[in-house]
Design a protein around this ligand. Structure first.
Ligand SMILES: [Zn+2]
Length: 303
C-alpha cells in the first residue's frame, strides 16, 4: 500500500476515457446489459471546446438568446446502456441538460423516415431524461415546450450499437501511473507482502467498476482505509479497491455495471500519497481465495 513518491517520473501515464469501446461483447457481456450497464462518467478533462456552448442552441430558437423562459440545451449525457457518457445506444437513457427545460413536453430525434417524438421520463428546469427510441439515427435532437418553443442540441448525437458497450473498463478515470517496483504485487512490506498493485492518481479521481459485479464488502480498515470488494458476476473472481477518499455510496449486495462509479481515489488508511491499491483475487477475498498479480490485467484494459 506504500506509494513510491517517484511516480511523477512518467512510468506510464495515460489519459483514460474511451479506451475499451472497440471491444466486442461475448456471451457474458450480453448478459451484463440486462441490469445496469455503464453509468455516466463525466470527462475529467474535456480536451476540445464546444460542449456546453449554450449560445449555439440559440440558432434554433429564432434568435431568442437571452430571452427568459426559452428552452436551451447545453449538453446531452448518456446515463444507461451507454458506450460512454457521450455515446448512447438505441434504448439508452439520456439526460438533456440546459435551461428552462421544465416546460418541455416532447423530445424529438431523427430517424430514417423523419422525426420521432418520445415522451419524457423525468423533467426539471435543468434537465429532461428520455429513452432513445429504437429507430433513432445520428442527428440533432430537439426539445419542444408547451408554448411551442424549440431548442436544438449543440451537436449531432451519434447512436452506437449495443455490441459497442464495453464489458470491462479500466478502474481509474484519469491520468495514472503504475509506479516502480515498490508498487508491484509481491513487493516487500513491513510484516507482509504487497498483495496488489498500486495505481497512483490524483485524490478525487473517479473510480469505476471494471466489470458487472456485486458489492461484497464496503468497509473501513486501519490499513486499507475506505475499501470496497466487488465480486465479478459469473466468475469466481473478486476485485478490491483500497484507500478511497470516502466510503463508497454503494450498498452491500448491490449489482453495478461495467463503468459504474464506485468512489474516488484517496489516501485513507496506511497510505502515503493518493492512489488506488487494487487486488485481484481468484476465489473469495481473504476467506479461501488467492490474490494474483493484477498488473498484466490492468495493462490489458488500457489497450
Ligand atoms: Zn498497495
Amino acid at each position: 500500500m506504500l506509494v513510491v513518491f517517484g511516480f511523477l517520473a512518467l512510468t506510464f501515464i495515460v489519459l483514460m476515457p474511451a479506451q475499451a469501446e472497440a471491444r466486442v461483447l461475448d456471451g457474458a457481456g450480453t448478459a451484463s446489459l440486462e441490469n445496469s450497464p455503464v453509468e455516466p462518467v463525466e470527462p475529467t478533462a474535456p480536451s476540445s471546446g464546444g460542449q456546453g456552448d449554450v449560445s449555439s442552441s440559440a440558432t434554433s430558437t429564432g434568435g431568442g438568446l437571452g430571452v427568459p423562459g426559452l428552452p436551451v440545451i447545453s449538453s446531452v449525457v448518456c446515463l444507461r446502456q451507454c458506450v460512454s457518457s457521450s455515446r448512447p445506444t438505441r434504448g439508452a437513457i439520456i439526460a438533456i441538460r440546459g435551461k428552462n427545460l421544465d416546460r418541455v413536453t416532447r423530445v424529438i430525434f431523427r430517424s430514417k423516415s423523419g422525426r420521432i417524438a418520445t415522451r419524457l421520463r423525468t423533467r426539471s428546469v435543468g434537465a429532461v431524461r428520455v429513452t432513445v427510441p429504437k429507430r433513432t439515427v445520428r442527428g440533432y435532437l430537439s426539445v419542444v415546450d408547451s408554448g411551442g418553443n424549440r431548442a436544438r442540441s449543440p451537436r449531432e448525437i451519434s447512436i452506437f450499437p449495443i455490441s459497442a458497450i464495453p464489458i470491462q473498463v479500466f478502474p481509474v478515470r484519469g491520468p495514472i501511473s503504475f509506479g516502480s517496483s515498490g508498487s508491484r504485487f509481491g513487493a516487500g512490506r513491513p510484516g507482509h507482502i504487497h498483495q496488489g498493485q498500486d495505481v497512483s492518481a490524483s485524490c478525487g479521481t473517479t473510480l469505476v467498476s471494471i466489470r458487472k459485479a456485486r458489492v461484497v464488502y464496503n468497509q473501513w480498515d486501519d490499513g486499507g482505509g475506505n475499501y470496497l470488494v466487488l465480486r465479478n458476476i459469473g466468475t469466481n473472481t473478486n476485485f478490491v479497491y483500497m484507500h478511497m477518499l470516502r466510503r463508497s455510496p454503494l450498498k452491500v449486495g448491490q449489482v453495478v455495471g461495467a463503468g459504474a462509479r464506485i468512489g474516488r481515489v484517496g489516501n485513507t488508511g496506511r497510505s502515503y500519497g493518493c492512489h488506488l491499491h487494487f487486488e485481484y483475487w481468484i476465489g473469495p477475498w481473504q476467506t479461501g481465495g488467492k490474490p494474483i498479480d493484477p498488473l498484466p490485467f490492468l495493462r490489458s484494459l488500457l489497450k
